[in-house]
Design a protein around this ligand. Structure first.
Ligand code: TXA
Ligand code: MG
Length: 368
């Protein structure tokens, strides 16, 4: 049944915070994508959130904090390396899986003993969470399976009539969901469960820097802390790329991050991926009546494609920022197929590839 949704400006944070405290749902902006927020300690509110986006109950939610001060209420115990990673990447598009504490209801974690925690960078998000005084459980504010909203209009299109309020925070700076990681101490690695704008390379660099310790202690006598820290340089970063929705990348990743097994990020138009460095040899064959294309600069010369429906991105960051908005635009102009050139697999390119391959459900552009 449709609910009257309040549309709020960034100066109406008090109202939004009161709704969260009241156990209602509030869609709010973050630097990645818009989130569908509920009080993480309120079982009924969390259930409403699952219902509003028709999310499978076995797919856990991320708990958002206003800052690391509130960490112990939601996650415990937090190891030294885990804390150091959070101190490095929070606030930002980074989510860490930790043991779940009492302040978070089991439904948030879909019954798992762990909880995913993130401190958003977006000022409006952080102020909303701080004002509400609650940890805020928030999946992306899309309906299950669809692309995540990355601006106010898309958030309205997805959630108006299903939530108490939608808070306007403009366009999301990164445009793709946060990097989700967990630390596997036995295997001595940081496992990337979902790639994002905090890249595999950035995490690797952080491990080396954290192992070296703060500069002022460099010449001092090694203490217990510095010995533990030094061991962090042996930790690797691992990520295994997805092959589409089914079957998902690796058995292990699916078991540990249940969200990665569900269909995801799909616009109405059928998406077909085109591997990098293939464009000269491949003029995409007919895949639909009105075909959109997303490519990296420079623009390829594909005479068959209607140039009105081509989006060109300067680099992977820009590709990520405009990815879901481009999907929505192709749908709005009636494209029935989208050919998406995959970026190279490094940096943010890894995350963009992941979203595109899932959106395409493994389909590749046929070449003529
Ligand atoms: O950028 C983001 O992370 C956005 C904004 C709103 O913060 N949120 C988001 O949430 O993308 P959602 O629910 O769409 O994706 C959460 C991801 C899923 O892949 C889920 O499986 C994983 O995080 N996840 C959540 N809790 C987990 C846990 N306890 N263990 C492993 N993976 C978990
Ligand atoms: Mg999502």
């Amino acid at each position: 049944m449709a609910e009257q949704t309040e549309l709020l400006g960034p100066d109406e944070l008090e109202r939004a915070a009161a709704l969260i405290r009241d156990g209602r749902l509030v869609v709010f902006p973050t630097e990645t994508v818009y989130g569908l927020g509920a009080d993480a300690g309120n079982r009924e509110a969390v259930r409403l959130g699952f219902a509003a986006k028709q999310r499978p109950p076995d797919n856990p939610l991320i708990v958002h904090l206003g800052g690391l001060a509130g960490l112990s209420a939601v996650a415990e115990p937090v190891g030294a390396l885990e804390r150091a990673l959070l101190q490095t990447f929070a606030p930002g598009p980074f989510t860490l899986v930790l043991p779940r504490a009492a302040g978070v209801v089991a439904e948030v974690s879909a019954g798992l003993a762990t909880v995913a925690v993130r401190v958003p960078l977006h000022e409006t998000a952080r102020r909303l969470i701080a004002l509400s005084g609650r940890p805020v459980a928030a999946p992306s504010a899309n309906r299950s399976g669809e692309p995540s909203p990355t601006d106010f209009a898309a958030a309205r299109a997805a959630m108006e009539g299903r939530v108490a309020a939608i808070l306007d925070g403009g366009e999301c700076r990164f445009g793709i969901e946060s990097t989700v990681v967990r630390v596997d101490h036995e295997a001595r690695r940081v496992v990337v469960l979902r790639p994002g704008s905090v890249t595999v390379e950035m995490i690797g660099t952080a491990l080396l820097e954290l192992a070296a310790g703060p500069a002022e202690h460099g010449a001092g006598v090694p203490d217990d802390d510095s010995r533990e820290r030094a061991g962090w340089s042996e930790y690797g970063v691992s990520y295994s790329a997805s092959q589409g929705n089914a079957p998902s990348g690796s058995e292990e990743r699916t078991a540990l991050s249940p969200g990665t097994r569900h269909a995801h990020y799909q616009p109405r138009a059928k998406v077909y991926t085109l591997p990098p460095n293939l464009r000269e040899d491949c003029i995409p064959a007919d895949v639909g009546r009105r075909v959109g294309a997303m490519v990296l600069a420079p623009t390829p010369s594909w005479p068959e494609l209607d140039t009105r429906f081509v989006r060109v991105f300067g680099n992977s960051e820009e590709y990520g920022r405009f990815l879901y908005r481009s999907f929505a635009w192709f749908d709005s102009v009636g494209c029935d197929a989208i050919i998406a050139e995959l970026p190279e697999a490094h940096g943010v390119g890894i995350a963009v590839r992941d979203r595109l391959i899932r959106a395409a459900d493994g389909r590749r552009a046929p070449c003529r």
